[in-house]
Design a protein around this ligand. Structure first.
Ligand code: CUA
Length: 154
């Protein structure tokens, strides 16, 4: 008598898993650089906004930050910290100039892949002044463990 119930419950679980996996694959905004839907050659990053990466104000309390990851640094972030004001909404656009890297701002929900030829997008609010460490969380070569940077909310 309960068999049907269990079967239904099991089916529901399976559907749930599939939905979760699908969301994981498609949900977080990973978009191509150009509108035609093609990939870009990492060598032509200079022709995009990644040619001059950094912080751009796009609204009263809104900012965009373009970051290029490469072995073994974030530009900006590693040499000079990324600086954004407190009480702002910041959208990060992350790509890689060489191999796959990670871009994680420790202590925030910012945790994306930096993939050559693709742009990862993530938005976060910063209410208070603070300092955050940025780490590469994908193995990217011999000096992977040294690949880090800083984000300063002023
Ligand atoms: Cu870049 Cu690990």
């Amino acid at each position: 008598r309960y068999e049907k119930l269990w079967t239904a419950a099991a089916l529901l679980l399976i559907v749930g898993f599939i939905a979760t996996v699908t969301y994981g694959a498609l949900g977080p905004g990973v978009t191509m650089v150009d509108d035609s839907g093609g990939t870009i050659d990492s060598g032509s990053l200079g022709e995009t906004q990644f040619g001059d990466p950094g912080v751009t104000q796009t609204g009263e309390n809104q900012y965009e930050v373009h970051v290029v990851a490469r072995q073994f640094l974030f530009q900006p972030g590693t040499g000079s910290p990324i600086r954004v004001p407190a009480n702002s909404e910041v959208t990060f656009y992350i790509t890689s100039a060489d191999v796959v890297h990670g871009f994680e701002v420790a202590g925030t929900n910012v945790n994306v892949m930096a993939v050559p030829g693709q742009v990862s997008e993530v938005t976060v609010r910063f209410d208070e002044p603070a300092q955050y460490g940025i780490v590469c969380h994908e193995y990217c070569g011999a000096a992977h463990h040294t690949m880090a940077g800083q984000l300063v909310v002023v």
